[in-house]
Design a protein around this ligand. Structure first.
Ligand SMILES: Nc1ncnc2c1ncn2[C@@H]1O[C@H](COP(=O)(O)OP(=O)(O)O)[C@@H](O)[C@H]1O
Ligand SMILES: N[C@@H](CCC(=O)OP(=O)(O)O)C(=O)O
Length: 375
């Protein structure tokens, strides 16, 4: 197995519906799920952080509701997801509890990963869960997501989660053991690629549709996911989940396809913050704060002398030194009005001033890109 696997500290694992749900009976494949949870407990013992993105709610729920086979209307998918998600949550809770781990259900919508304020909230909640030792189990909140505002497939959702969480590796477990030069079902000379170093038009043309009635997206959405992941500095793997203990099998055999990122997640995130996002305002810092930032510290309200412009929590702002020169950019943890109320004050005073317990830092160092480090 490639060194990227051994070196990965934060791993997102996405599980397709076809793996979790028995297509004929429409019920959960409990023995498979148990074995997967063994693999995750094992990774946790190795000191790694694991976030699961699990499909399966609609596939499970439609069976409970006795809906006919074939494509579902949007409202029937949403009803199925509502029913199936309870079953999924129950299954994960008991499987992880049996292994001494707490499962945490995180249901997200497209807006939670796209809109700045909610993005920071989701990132912060998942970080806290990891810090507390829980295993976040993420799915799309299908019950409230309508066609215009939904991912619809969990491949891209998993990639957005991996990018949001600066994960080192995203594993898409599927019913196929990698990316082939053509859809394996329709072409007998299709062969699996070990590594895709670049997602070219030729690679995109090799991706076909879904392999099972329960699934969504096929390889097309996996390639879309790969673009998001590698752009965020996350390596992506497509591997087979058709075996028991799929992560252990992957580690020992190395059979899969790798989509390699060109930089690490921290560098990619800093580039995104420093180069891609348009600043909505600015914070002016004093010389002491400028020095602290240069030595790798977060920006505390005490070191800020002025707030410029109007922005919301999670927006990008410019960080300017006492002479007004831009020294960096960052995602700010407060909207402009609250930020203006707490600048120059100690972090311990924030709750008294604002009436709620906000973050101690105005801009966390992970959410900051400094000019001299090159953006
Ligand atoms: N180039 C390709 N390489 C591998 N599989 C492909 C390719 N093009 C299409 N597929 C199909 O994609 C399927 C996997 O995607 P999908 O059915 O959406 O599963 P999942 O539930 O894992 O998301 C495979 O079973 C295969 O039939
Ligand atoms: N949120 C949906 C996921 C749908 C989906 O992406 O399925 P899959 O292609 O099997 O990963 C569910 O839980 O049913």
């Amino acid at each position: 197995m490639r060194s990227e696997w051994a070196e990965a500290h934060r791993i997102v694992v996405k599980i397709g519906s076809a793996l979790l749900v028995d297509n004929t009976a429409g019920v959960l494949r409990a023995a498979w799920l148990d074995a997967l949870c063994d693999d995750i407990a094992d990774l946790r013992r190795q000191g790694k952080e694991v976030i699961l993105v699990s499909s399966g709610a609609i596939a499970l729920g439609r069976n409970v509701l006795k809906l006919p086979k074939g494509p579902l209307k949007l409202e029937d998918s949403q009803a199925s997801a509502a029913v199936g998600q309870i079953h999924l949550a129950h299954a994960y809770e008991s499987a992880f509890r049996a292994r001494g781990l707490a499962a945490a259900q995180v249901l997200v919508t497209l807006g939670d990963t796209e809109e700045r304020r909610r993005y920071l909230n989701a990132r912060s909640t998942i970080s806290t869960l990891l810090k507390l030792g829980a295993v976040p189990v993420v799915n799309e909140n299908d019950t409230v997501a309508t066609n215009e505002i939904r991912y619809g497939d969990n491949d891209r959702l998993a990639a957005r989660v991996a990018s949001m969480m600066s994960a080192d590796c995203l594993v898409l477990l599927s019913d196929v053991d990698g990316f082939y030069t053509a859809p394996p079902g329709s072409s007998s000379d299709a062969r699996r690629l070990d590594v895709v170093p670049e997602i070219t038009a030729e690679i995109e043309a090799m991706a076909g549709d879904v392999g099972s009635e329960l699934s969504r997206g096929g390889m097309v959405t996996k390639i879309e996911a790969a673009k998001i992941a590698v752009g965020a500095g996350t390596n992506m793997v497509i591997a087979s989940g058709k075996v028991l203990n799929p992560l252990q099998v992957l580690a020992s055999t190395g059979v899969c396809t790798w989509f390699l990122a060109h930089s690490d997640p921290v560098t990619a995130r800093k580039r995104w913050i420093g180069g891609t996002l348009e600043p909505r305002g600015a914070v002016i810092v004093d010389s002491g704060a400028a020095k602290a930032l240069a030595s790798g510290k977060s920006l505390l309200p005490a070191g800020v002398t002025e707030i410029v412009g109007q922005f919301e929590r999670g927006d990008a702002v410019a960080i300017r030194g006492p002479e007004g020169t831009e020294i960096g950019r960052g995602l700010i943890a407060y909207g402009h009005a609250d930020a203006a109320a707490i600048i120059g004050r100690k972090s311990g005073e924030i709750a008294d001033i604002l009436g709620y317990l906000g973050r101690p830092e105005l801009i966390h160092r992970d959410d900051m890109s400094l000019r001299k480090k090159g953006f």
